[in-house]
Design a protein around this ligand. Structure first.
Ligand code: DAT
Ligand code: MG
Length: 140
């Protein structure tokens, strides 16, 4: 399979606890390469747009407030089967259900404060990468 790219976020609970390096190390150990990276703080409007697909869910307000509570690190990860591999290394959304050795099992605080985001499909990966990065910022 050709190289694939996915979009990743180190979320506020993780940047606050200085876990960015520990999290990126797990992606790198799985064969994913960081091809773009920046630390930013989202506005509420940006968080609401990014998570727009969840706007009808009861946890939407809480999710957006959490995502703007501290800086985040947004990244593009590249590798064979990057989307599936990234989600495997992240583990299940709810850390109580995440497998041993996954980022969420090791670091997540709760289903909401779960340390990382990763795209779920090629279409969303492309949209999410374009939301945060220009082509010039992607250096493979
Ligand atoms: P994922 O981040 O694993 O792709 P998702 O897309 O279903 O999960 O949800 C996006 C985020 O919303 C998730 O990382 C944390 C939050 N979330 C999901 N379900 C939740 C719930 N039941 N209660 C609180 N927050 C939730
Ligand atoms: Mg998702």
């Amino acid at each position: 399979m050709a190289l694939e790219r996915t979009f990743s976020i180190v979320k506020p609970d993780a940047t606050k606890r200085n876990l960015t390096g520990a999290i990126v190390a797990k992606f790198e150990a799985a064969g994913l390469r960081v091809v773009a990276s920046k630390r930013i703080q989202l506005t509420l409007a940006q968080a609401q747009q990014f998570y727009g697909v969840h706007s009808e869910r009861p946890f939407f307000g809480e999710l957006c407030e959490f995502m703007i509570s501290e800086p985040i690190v947004v990244q593009v990860l590249e590798g064979e089967n990057a989307i599936a591999k990234n989600r495997e290394v992240m583990g299940a959304t709810n850390p109580a259900e995440a497998a041993e050795g996954t980022i969420r099992k090791e670091f997540a605080l709760s289903i909401g404060e779960n340390s990382v985001h990763g795209s779920d499909a090629p279409e969303t990966a492309a949209e999410e990468i374009a939301f945060f990065f220009s082509g010039l910022e992607l250096v493979g």
